[in-house]
Design a protein around this ligand. Sequence first.
Ligand SMILES: Nc1ncnc2c1ncn2[C@@H]1O[C@H](COP(=O)(O)OP(=O)(O)OP(=O)(O)O)[C@@H](O)[C@H]1O
Length: 246
Amino acid sequence: MLQIENLEKEFIMHIRGDAEIEGFDCISFSAKAGTLIAVTGPSGSGKSSLLKCIYRTYTPTGGHTYYTCEDGNVVDLAVAEPWEIIRLRATEIGYVSQFFSVIPRVSAIDILTNTQTARGIPSKSARERAAEYLEKVGISPQLWDMYPATFSGGEKQRLNIANALITRPRLLLLDEPTASLDARSKEWVMNMILDLKQEGAAMVGVFHDEIAIETLADWRYEMRERQMVPIDYKMDYAQEELAAFA
Ligand SMILES: Nc1ncnc2c1ncn2[C@@H]1O[C@H](COP(=O)(O)OP(=O)(O)OP(=O)(O)O)[C@@H](O)[C@H]1O
């Protein structure tokens, strides 16, 4: 469903005399329907930038991100027109950011309701589903009509995840979805991610949490020296590729 070929990103800082900051180089991997690719690696190695390049928050410097749409068409997200990216984000591709930017003066239940009505779902069923998802991620009913600006970090993160999952995306990008969650919240969130995976979604997620990786990931890569190296013992070819890299 997602085939990434030689994707690269370099940041040119025009206001700093065109200084170059290295992102990543020559990244290739694929994510099939119903699988999750976990990306690990040290801080600053380019993990979030990779997800942002796939989602096209950042424009890659080179390479391809072939995505097979629900209608069977293949779109190269790396070079697709902005209108196409907006359309796919509205219908098929979800993203859970590392930090949730709260919409001011919109309640938690309205955020989840609006996400669905914007996709044409009637408001009554959208609201019912919003309540169901708030319950699933363990947000107390007394908070449903509150503004998330006052929520704890973990509550904001759970709302963030519910907001991405409620649209049932076919491709989901997750940037440290279980960071800042306690064990119980982590379990709720992991179960919801597993449900979506079983429905056939393809996922790429940045993780630091070993339990989440063990529970959710089918393939595991590490960002090392600007490249993505397979490190999962479950993968037959991983050792070979690792040997070639060393
Ligand atoms: N918009 C940007 N402009 C310039 N440099 C950027 C930008 N975004 C990221 N970078 C740089 O790219 C490098 C990789 O950053 P990135 O956020 O992708 O790392 P990361 O592996 O996700 O780190 P962490 O685990 O700490 O979140 C860093 O050196 C960062 O400063």
